[in-house]
Design a protein around this ligand. Structure first.
Ligand code: ADP
Ligand code: MG
Length: 725
């Protein structure tokens, strides 16, 4: 070591090591990391000392809880450390694989049995030392454990043994990882690791110092220590994300010039009085929130969450009218042409008969002019709309991205409402920002309910409004779980009966992850089966994602006109389709869908005043799978409240489901923090971040936090994952 005279500057630095310095350090001087292991580590995305320190254990084996084999008793969960004596693999009568391993210590022996885990026969071999956690039972008079948790702990001692995530068969062993992490910690010890969190904050939220946390997560002496370490490091993750988000929000507020819209609300009040129903108090509240935002010079950047049917359109129209009142234009953008047309029809209906007072007009008032623009509007009609947008004679434009294409200019765009934003790309949003020097106020609407903790993380740069109240007089959808042949035929009989009454039915086909082609094939097969079988004689249509949009329109059009009784479809019907006469929905292989998606799909029925039914069909035979999906189906049968369900979904399945693929890719930023259990930490991080950013988006007073945000979020280009727009 001493022979290395020309060390880079940062390595000779003094004071605690920053994360950036740790990121710059490689594995020089680490025993056992040669070329092969370097490549293996690289495959695990462990390229620096920082990566190594952040390669957290997946689990900790608490050997203070360990017992001997002779102490095992049927029915009592226990941890034992044993040697593998022999391994045997075979198939059971019903074709399941079964691996059994004879294991023991010097006080006795017993058997481990693994079903459906054929790889265990490769993982386990005689002579290996493993820790086993599970509940023993007696089988033919002898003790055994079925599907226990097994960790290969090697010859490691210590009270708490960290278990690192494994990678494939030839991957790095957990004990090798442990050794290198120890080396890394030892090398850091002389200088320690920088802690950017101020003492006051640490005390307030009961957070241990960072270097201590880094040591404890890898080399804990108790499980309590693991938890306080995890909490501290999770806080750091959340603080980086929140600091980034809060700063972005502040930046936009400081830099972008918006419009201070009038708050006289004459148009909006006229519109509300003109409605055939009173607003719900939630609608009233959100319209107020929007109007307050719009009156500020800072552009509005608000997310409106509201379950299907909660009445978001009224809020959208009030937003657009607020702009129109001051002489600006409003635009409502939908992700598809079908939805844009539907919105156009809906908004036109809502505005029907509304005459707004117009002091500039000779007659003192005029109707609001609303036009539709999609790629289907062509020729003379298109020219008329484009001209009307440019000269300002169109007050409200409704359409798809066609609205913000190059070549479309608004005279004075004052407010934009974006529906179902998760289908709306980054480019569209950027284009929207470029369209005028003055940023229009933006309201983003989504029907996917998101629990508050998740919303703070995913939409941390937006203000959030929630429509948490349904308009009165809805007949709730009755949901049934259907399994087995008898129940399934009874269901099809009920479907036929419904059609006999003149109602219509959706049949949603199984979701095929990542393959639209397979999904379409499965939809076609279902269609044929139903036409020839259970639903023979009914008028059945088919719609899937591989069809051309004109073909889809034809089918959708016939279904809407009730020329079809049954629509067999893939999830292409998920968003916004509105056919009030459809009162039943059959969802096949419902177990393939998450709660949120099932709820979303189910929202397609129950749009009229008739009672509606949703059938969740499963044909699982495996007990484990049934056990896994049962809580989901039960939740859906029991509740029709999207927010309740989102919360349950989060509890059942973790954060993966509420964030789409793009975002879950970003969960890299949250290795230890959990949206599910760290609610308090998320709120704390948000609060601390707001204090840190203050009015200074350069973070001059907090250079260490600034550098860490840059290191983790900006340099790797992860902004997209953190911010949805
Ligand atoms: P969302 O877009 O949130 O799914 P919509 O805006 O389409 O819901 O509203 C669903 C239906 O409820 C529409 O027919 C609408 O006219 C009606 N509606 C909206 N607000 C109310 C209310 N306050 N009272 C009664 N009906 C309402
Ligand atoms: Mg404003």
């Amino acid at each position: 070591m001493s022979s290395r005279k020309t060390e880079p500057a940062e390595e000779t630095g003094t004071g605690p090591l920053t994360l950036a310095e740790l990121q710059a350090k490689d594995f020089e001087g680490f025993k056992g990391i040669g070329e092969k292991r370097l490549a293996d580590l690289h495959a695990l995305e462990v390229d620096s000392v920082l990566d190594l320190l952040m390669y957290y254990p997946r689990r900790w084996v608490d050997r203070t809880q360990e017992c001997r084999v002779c102490d095992l008793a049927a029915g009592a969960s226990a941890l034992v450390v044993v040697d593998v004596l022999s391994v045997d693999k075979r198939s059971t009568r019903n074709g399941r694989s079964m691996v059994s391993a004879r294991v023991g210590d010097d006080t006795g022996k017993f058997t481990l049995t693994f079903f459906n885990q054929p790889w265990r026969s490769r993982q386990l071999y005689a002579g290996l030392t493993i820790s086993v956690w599970g509940k023993p039972d007696t089988y033919r008079g002898a003790l055994q454990m079925t599907n226990p948790i097994v960790d290969l702990i090697g010859d490691r001692t210590g009270r708490i043994v960290p278990i690192y995530p494994q990678s494939g068969d030839n991957g790095v062993k957990t004990w090798e990882m442990a050794k290198w992490v120890e080396t890394a910690l030892r090398k850091c010890a002389p200088r320690g690791v920088d802690d950017p969190v101020p003492d006051g904050v640490r005390r307030k939220y009961n957070l241990v110092p960072r270097f201590e946390a880094m040591k404890s997560i890898h080399l804990p002496s108790s499980m309590d220590e693991v938890e306080s370490a995890r909490r501290r490091l999770a806080f750091d993750e959340l603080l980086r994300v929140q600091t980034y988000l809060v700063r972005e929000k502040k930046r936009i507020e400081q830099s972008a010039r918006g419009i201070a819209h009038s708050t006289r609300s004459v148009f909006v009040n006229q519109f509300i009085e003109n409605l055939s129903f009173p607003l719900t108090s939630a609608q009233r509240r959100v319209i107020d929130e929007v109007s307050t935002d719009m009156s500020r010079t800072v552009p509005m950047n608000r997310l409106l969450q509201g379950d299907v049917g909660s009445g978001k359109t009224v809020v959208a129209v009030a937003t657009l009218l607020t702009a129109v009142e001051g002489g600006y234009q409003g635009a409502l953008m939908a992700p598809t042409e079908v939805l844009a047309e539907q919105h156009f029809a809906g908004v036109t209906r809502l505005l029907d008969g509304l005459v707004v007072s117009d002091p500039d007009n000779l007659f003192g008032d005029r109707p609001v002019r609303v036009e539709l623009l999609t790629n289907r509007i062509t020729g003379e009609q298109r020219r008329r709309v484009v001209a009307g947008l440019a000269d300002g004679s169109i007050d409200i434009a409704i359409g798809t991205h066609a609205l913000i294409q190059k070549g479309i200019e608004f005279k004075s765009l004052g407010a934009v409402v974006v529906d179902e934003q998760h289908r709306f790309g980054v480019e569209q949003r950027a284009r929207l920002r470029e369209m005028s020097e003055i940023r229009p106020d933006t309201l983003v609407m989504t029907a996917t309910p998101i629990p508050r903790t998740a919303a703070l993380t995913i939409f941390g740069d937006l203000d959030v409004s929630v429509l948490d109240e349904m308009p009165p007089g809805r007949t709730p959808i009755v949901t049934h779980a259907v399994a087995g042949e008898a129940e399934t035929s009874a269901m099809w009989a009920a479907v036929r009966e419904t059609v006999g009454r003149g109602d219509q039915v959706y049949v949603v086909c199984p979701l095929v992850e990542d393959s639209e082609k397979l999904e379409a094939a499965s939809a076609e097969a279902t269609f044929t089966d139903l036409c020839d079988g259970e639903l023979a004689g009914l008028r059945i249509g088919l719609m899937h994602g591989r069809m051309k949009s004109t073909e889809k329109d034809v089918v959708m059009g016939s279904f809407r006109r009730a020329d079809l009784d049954v629509l067999v479809a893939t999830t292409v019907i998920e968003v916004g389709v509105d056919v009030p006469n459809a009162t039943q929905m059959v969802i096949l292989d419902a177990d393939r869908f998450g709660i949120a998606q099932l709820h979303q799909l189910r929202g397609r029925v129950g749009r009229g005043d008739k009672a509606s039914t949703c059938w969740l069909v499963t044909r699982l035979s495996d007990d484990e799978l049934i056990a896994e999906m049962k809580p989901r189906i039960e939740a859906l049968v029991a509740s029709t409240d999207g927010f309740d369900l989102a919360e349950i979904d989060l509890q059942l399945r973790g954060e993966g489901t509420i964030m789409d693929k793009r975002q879950s890719g970003g969960s890299d930023d949250l290795k230890l923090a959990s949206l599910k259990t760290d609610r308090d930490l998320i709120e704390a991080a948000r609060e601390v971040a707001i204090g840190i950013v203050g009015d200074d988006t350069s973070l001059a007073a907090h250079p260490h936090i600034r550098d860490e945000v840059q290191l983790f979020i900006e340099d790797p280009g992860r902004e997209d994952f953190v911010v949805r727009n």
